[in-house]
Unconditional design. Structure first.
Lengths: 156, 438
């Protein structure tokens, strides 16, 4: 499995004028194949494939919000709480998720299935509140929608 | 309705994500027209059209193209900034989702102007659905042979507001932490891989086919003399009908808020408008009789920015709004230069103290001073973006800030519309953080 991943990343490296450019897609691939988060082994693998040091790979990953370096749930629920969503009641949406999932933002449910996060502007301000479920946007989310969203994720 | 929609025209009647449908309304015919022209002539046309950058800075796109070092022996790059992350802005997303081929057509025209064969579209990582739509459009147009000797690569970011800053975007595209570069050298001389690079916003590039179609004279007859064309305005917050509205530049802000967006939701009173995305100085309810164009907004001390209006009704506490805005800029500060990295943390601590009722008159003064020590002193504009809203809230709603200090509590007493709002930075620890002295 690891060999296949490394081969895929090596190939990514040939697709750009400089193989270093492949680091974001490579880290994304490594993260997907490791259950949604990156470990030191991931950085070694990406580094070997792109001829970069593991430390460099980790430094890059740590800069971007979509890379995770701690265990996460199989699914993610991310609630935008920036200005437009806040003005439209995002805090009540976050609270509804907290209640439904029994975890605070930044935490994962005990069964390891869902990580709840609050996030900065997702670019859906006109359709507040925006919630990204496994990176797919749900718009106009109100607290009443929360149980069905959670049920849908649990069933997925 | 008479208005020519340069960006979203045809999207109601057709599925313009499909190549055949885009071509059925004349799509990609402007590329052929452009390719029949020399680069010099094409740049002259773009300069005459005076298309001002839609990403925020408003720099004329044609002049940018003219500045590019076309004599360099290195490859020339065109980079489309699709990292739309400014709070309040969601228009690039709609253009990519509904008219991806128009964006690609603009890319091919702009690439011809600067003699580039390599186009990158850098799209923020969160826009997964839009990435897929644009990538499918690229695959379809490439397979149909429309690209010629140009290739377009769609590249996904991974979650960082600062990558919308053009030099940070370049660093990110080079596989680094996305941190802004000192300038000079400017990207048209030394950009991606140290080669001449032109960087434009999605809406800027997607407007380019209309310039070829209408000609510079036709294009400049729309909008205002200083700000020609149409713009896709994003309007959000406490209005009845938030959304994107494509309108001529120079449309009045009152008309956008009250006619197109249906006025303030729930019959409440307007308190503030943040006109260009969350980073610009706010306006009061008395300042909305202003034409929406670069020069008119500049004349009243704010910015056209990303044409993204956030409308705030009278239930909102301006100290809370300042705090939430500042938490965002603190979270997104890349950490490269000190005034922004440290200053935004000081601002958050001071605003938290003031909002909690623990602030003093000295804290208000100190907040002003910290703002002064960030503004204009950071490597990129993010420092200014953190400061401008806060300064404008303090200037225009001074009584609210003073009331927090004098009454020792928020005067809205838990009734603010954004009471209890969360921020991602609350989940993080930023140790070691220098404590602001009490």
């Amino acid at each position: 499995m690891s060999d296949t991943l490394e081969a895929k990343i090596r190939k990514l490296g040939t697709q750009y004028p400089d193989s270093r450019t492949a680091i974001l897609p490579a880290l994304r691939l490594a993260q997907e194949q490791n259950g949604g988060w990156l470990t030191l082994e991931s950085f070694e693998l990406v580094g070997d494939a792109l001829e970069l040091t593991p430390a460099y790979c980790q430094a890059v990953a740590s800069f971007y919000d979509m890379f995770h370096q701690a265990l996460v749930g199989r699914h993610s629920i991310e609630v935008c709480t920036n200005l437009s969503c806040a003005l439209s009641g995002a805090q009540q949406v976050v609270e509804a998720f907290e209640q439904e999932l029994g975890v605070a933002p930044g935490e994962t449910t005990d069964d390891g299935s869902i990580t709840l996060r609050t996030v900065e502007c997702l670019g859906g301000c006109g359709y507040a509140t925006v919630v990204a479920v496994d990176n797919r946007y749900r718009e106009h989310v109100s607290p009443e929608d929360v149980p069905a969203i959670v049920e849908g994720v649990r069933g997925a | 309705m008479g208005l020519r929609q340069m960006l979203l025209g045809g999207t109601d009647e057709h599925d313009l994500t499909k190549l055949a449908e885009y071509q059925s309304i004349g799509g990609y015919s402007q590329v052929e027209k452009a390719r029949a022209m020399t680069s010099d002539d094409l740049i002259a046309e773009l300069q005459k059209a005076n298309l001002r950058g839609r990403g925020g800075a408003g720099f004329p796109m044609g002049r940018k193209a003219a500045l590019l070092d076309r004599k360099s022996p290195k490859p020339k790059y065109l980079v489309v900034n699709a990292d739309e992350s400014e709070p309040g802005a969601f228009k690039d997303r709609e253009v990519m989702a509904k008219a991806p081929h128009r964006l690609l057509e603009g890319c091919l025209i702009a690439a011809h102007a600067i003699e580039s064969r390599n186009v990158f579209i850098y799209i923020r990582g969160e826009y997964l659905t839009e990435y897929e739509i644009v990538q499918r459009a690229v695959d379809e147009a490439r397979a149909a042979g429309i690209f010629g000797d140009v290739d377009i690569t769609v590249y996904r970011g991974a979650g960082a507001y600062i990558c919308g800053e053009e030099t940070a975007l370049l660093d990110s595209l080079e596989g680094r932490r996305g941190q802004p570069r000192p300038r000079p050298p400017f990207p048209p001389i030394q950009g991606l891989y140290a080669a001449p690079t032109q960087i434009n916003n999605v809406c800027t590039i997607a407007t380019v086919p209309a310039i070829l179609e209408l000609g510079p004279d036709g294009f400049t007859s729309i909008g205002t003399p200083g700000s020609p064309g149409t713009v896709l305005f994003s309007i959000s917050g406490n209005v009845e009908r938030p959304g994107n509205y494509e309108l001529e530049l120079g449309t009045s802000m009152r008309e956008l808020i009250y006619t197109h967006a249906g006025g303030i939701a729930g019959g409440r009173q307007l308190k503030a408008v943040i006109p260009g995305g969350s980073s610009v100085p706010a306006l009061t309810a008395r300042q909305i009789d202003v034409p929406l164009d670069y020069d008119s907004l500049g004349a009243i001390g704010t910015f056209f920015g990303a044409a993204s209006l956030i409308v705030v009704d009278d239930r909102c506490c301006m100290v809370q709004l300042a705090l939430r805005s500042t938490k965002f800029y603190m979270h997104e500060s890349c950490g490269k230069c000190t005034p922004c990295r440290e200053g935004t943390r000081w601002m958050v601590q001071l605003l938290e103290r003031i909002e909690a009722g623990d602030g003093t008159a000295h804290d208000l003064e100190l907040l002003r001073k910290v703002c002064d020590r960030i503004e204009g002193k950071s490597l990129c504009a993010l420092g200014d973006f953190a400061v401008w809203p806060v300064q404008s809230y303090m200037d225009k709603w001074p009584d609210e800030f003073v009331a927090h200090v004098e009454q020792g509590r928020c005067p809205l007493d838990g009734e603010s519309s954004i009471e209890g709002i969360f921020a991602p930075s609350d989940q993080h620890t930023h140790a070691p953080v220098a404590e602001v002295p009490a």
